[in-house]
Design a protein around this ligand. Structure first.
Ligand SMILES: [Zn+2]
Length: 294
């Protein structure tokens, strides 16, 4: 016991001496106006702050990565909502032939987004809990980007209907401008890349569809024309749609490009009557998926 005690004491003294010497040396090295204790005390929290900030920086980075991953996933999902399956690339589609008993139909709205009537269309679709496809005009989307965002936010598909809605012949450069510029803006506004295209007026040989085919767009026509651009009475419009509606069909309507008051008046009845006939409503990509699965 004695031995072990006596062997400990010199160690204690040695450590104490070492600390004292170190403090003394530091005091001499440190500037005269800087208290050593302050130096030690101030340095310690500083280290802690650096650590804390490194931790929070790491947490922020992790949070950012997680957020980006979620957003990317969401965008991928939304893009799929506005994209045709690859087997339809370069094809022109009027409707699909459905097998089975399920009656589906796709409502499509062209020439928007227009402030009042696109909003009214979205409200009617929401109220009925159904999804549709909007073939937007680039210049109109530029004027109403918020409605473009809303179309996607509310689960509808968005598609390309050119920039200027021209009918005349276009050379490859002009056709490329009309289509690519619109696709780029749709992406910029909504984050969605669409490969769905509809030529204005349904013109298939003015250079636009040639560009669409070369660039693997699916060209979507229609099987049931509401002829709403002629502004018939709402009841007439309802009858025209119902007369031409069939399973796997595509209904052409307009939410922009002119006075669409009658389309807005007819739309709730069109939906109600189609529901009565047992139809459920799908977007164009969903419709094409059904054809794919056969
Ligand atoms: Zn149009």
């Amino acid at each position: 016991m004695e031995n072990s005690k006596s062997s400990l004491i010199p160690h204690k003294y040695f450590i104490a001496l070492l600390i004292f010497t170190t403090i003394l040396c530091l005091s001499l090295v440190a500037p005269a106006n800087l208290n050593l204790m302050h130096l030690l005390v101030l340095n310690k929290p500083k280290v802690k702050i650096v650590d804390a900030s490194a931790n929070s920086q790491q947490q922020v980075a992790e949070f950012k990565t997680a957020m980006e991953a979620t957003l990317n996933e969401q965008l991928k999902r939304q893009s799929l909502l506005s994209a045709a399956p690859s087997s339809f690339n370069g094809k022109v589609i009027y409707e699909i032939k459905q097998k089975g008993n399920k009656k589906v139909i796709a409502l499509t709205f062209d020439d928007g987004p227009w402030k009042k009537t696109t909003q009214q269309t979205l409200d009617i679709l929401k109220k009925n809990n159904i999804k549709a496809t909007f073939f937007v005009v680039g210049s109109a989307l530029q004027n109403n980007p918020q409605l473009g965002k809303q179309i996607i936010a509310e689960g509808h598909a968005i598609a390309n209907h050119t920039w200027n809605h021209w009918y005349h012949f276009m050379n490859p450069q002009a056709a490329a401008m009309e289509i690519d510029r619109t696709t780029d803006l749709i992406y910029k506004v909504t984050g969605v890349k669409t490969n769905l295209f509809r030529p204005p007026g349904g013109h298939l040989s003015n250079g636009l569809v040639a560009h669409a085919k070369r660039n693997k767009y699916a060209t979507l026509m229609w099987s049931a024309d509401s002829r709403d651009f002629q502004r018939p009475a709402p009841a007439t419009m309802v009858n025209t749609v119902l007369k031409n509606a069939r399973p796997g069909g595509i209904v052409l309507l307009h939410d922009g490009g002119g006075d669409r008051t009658n389309t807005i008046k007819a739309l709730p009845t069109i939906i109600a009557k189609l529901k009565q006939q047992g139809y459920s409503f799908v977007t164009i990509p969903e419709l094409l998926e059904l054809e794919e699965k056969k």
